[in-house]
Design a protein around this ligand. Sequence first.
Ligand SMILES: [Zn+2]
Length: 303
Amino acid sequence: MGLLFLLSATLLTPPVPAGEIARAAHAPRLDLRRVAGFRAKPPGKRYSVTVPIGKPRPALPLPRIEGPKDARLPLVVIDPGHGGHDPGAISPYGGRREKDVTLALARAIRDQLVATGRVRVALTRADDRYLVLEERYGIARRLKADLFLSIHADSAESDEAHGASVFTLSEVASDREAAKLAARENKANIINGVDLGAHSGAVSSILLDLTQRETMSVASDFARLLQREAADEVPFRSDAHRFASFVVLKAPDTPSVLFETGFLSNKEDADFLTSKAGQQKVARGVREAVQIHFARRIAAEGR
Ligand SMILES: [Zn+2]
């Protein structure tokens, strides 16, 4: 009742005369920091109504693009998984946290890619910060990335589980383990029981768009290529290209893959992924795959 009354009171407020708006527009601006003892006065409105409409998340500042200053060159956005208060998996061997391992891997991949001089690269995060999953692919979309690569490292109850996988998006997971992994990774959006990504219904409906098929097919091509090119140096699972419904892969127009680089719960994988030498091997594999991928894309487009 009270709210209705206030609303109607606002609607009944007479409009401000045009002359007053013009005067306000031309009034000199006061620098409030220079006015000693300044006290803010309430605005001259007689009524005000506050209606909760949900908090819009302000767009993050876009990260720096590294590499050649040629906007025609393909752009790869690398997303180091987790960060900030979300450590991701924690290795029982040395306590290394997934968020640190993914950042080290992403930096190594960035450096290898930039060194080719053939692609531009941006990281969704270059330090230890938390991003919700939609912000991660949102950065790639806003930058109009040609490829989005989210980097992770898995953990399992059995320390026997080992090897890398490359995931692409599917609403139907390729196996039960993949479905459980996607559920775990998607939980990164939930803090204190609040689902921070829940507002993004628009993206789910865009998912149904047929145009996404092309995006998913390009992502699948890249996933196969990544396994082929990196397999000499990076231990992969035998069924390395897998499918699951990862939120971070849901950009409808950016080919996206999630690279689970290995298991932090396995001693050999953990040693490999946390060593400089191992990180360089992962980075070289990605570099080879990226170069072939874009060479093929450019040839296919007849440019
Ligand atoms: Zn992860």
